[in-house]
Design a protein around this ligand. Sequence first.
Ligand SMILES: Nc1ncnc2c1ncn2[C@@H]1O[C@H](COP(=O)(O)OP(=O)(O)OP(=O)(O)O)[C@@H](O)[C@H]1O
Ligand SMILES: [Mg+2]
Length: 323
Amino acid sequence: MAAPETSGAVRESYAIRTVDLVKRYRTTTALDGLTMTVGHGEVFGFLGPNGAGKTTAVKLLLGLTRPTAGEAWVLGRPMGDRIARRRVGYLPELFRYQDWLTARELLALHCDLAGVPRAEQPAQITDTLELVGLARRARDRIGTFSKGMQQRIGLAVSLVGRPDLVFLDEPTSALDPVGRHDVREIIRTLRTRGTTVFLNSHLLTEVEQVCDRVAIIDAGRVIAMGTMDELRGRRDVVRLRLGGVGPGALETLRRYGDLEIESGSYTVTGLMPARVPALVTELVGLGCEIFAVEPRSQTLEDRFLELLGGSNGAAENRPPHPA
Ligand SMILES: Nc1ncnc2c1ncn2[C@@H]1O[C@H](COP(=O)(O)OP(=O)(O)OP(=O)(O)O)[C@@H](O)[C@H]1O
Ligand SMILES: [Mg+2]
């Protein structure tokens, strides 16, 4: 009998589910027991440093390479399954399309591959080129495109056939700030259409701005997974710029939270916003001068660095970063 975990009902309720996925190359363990779930319609960030195993995970899920051990399901089908693959789009991290084709011709080719009926192709191609901001370059050859435009056309290819799930492997690596903003907007549009997006990235701000849930991976393992709020933690932080701080004021600050001092700036962690007025009143009473009081919530970057710092064993096993 199938274990309850792997029963059809459970598999269907996720867009992606992996259980103890392992991928070993000759001398490297790229994935070391990857277990995670992605819900239908989620924009899911897969975040990790260079060499963490992000691209390997995507290749396994698409059936482009086979796992050493473990199981995974994509849209309710075993990974690599052809039926599921028809409903999946993919923007690889390194790709090159036929230079001699125009943008429209390339998308028409991919419409054919995705089985889009010929009658629907022109409208879908126009729509997709518009979505990625290449409508005006529709009749230009791919070979004449800048790096950023190449990345946009790659994104367009991944969206042909209106997939239910798209894997985007570092979709903004070649883009300027406007391009990055555009990609975030495209991802938001996909979310409103109900498309599940699996976004590989090492860009924290990108993930922070667009993803519903995130898994942080290091050395082939998930080291944290959750919504942005869950990952950041809910520790409130307040930074104060103060003058005339004596021993009494220091003692007071320590009573309100964990205190860090750096050249006139006093950071109190774990201080609820509702308690800030009381703290300020006390400090004024103790003769402090108050120049600024700035609430700050922990960013994903703070958390990311904290987590990676905490997984030192894994970090040591990580191969040296490419120059
Ligand atoms: N075909 C392969 N043969 C041998 N080792 C490989 C192969 N593909 C990946 N690896 C190794 O597996 C590990 C994970 O690589 P992967 O490309 O999945 O990382 P990544 O998280 O996508 O990194 P990046 O952010 O640099 O794209 C690395 O140590 C890499 O060298
Ligand atoms: Mg990669």
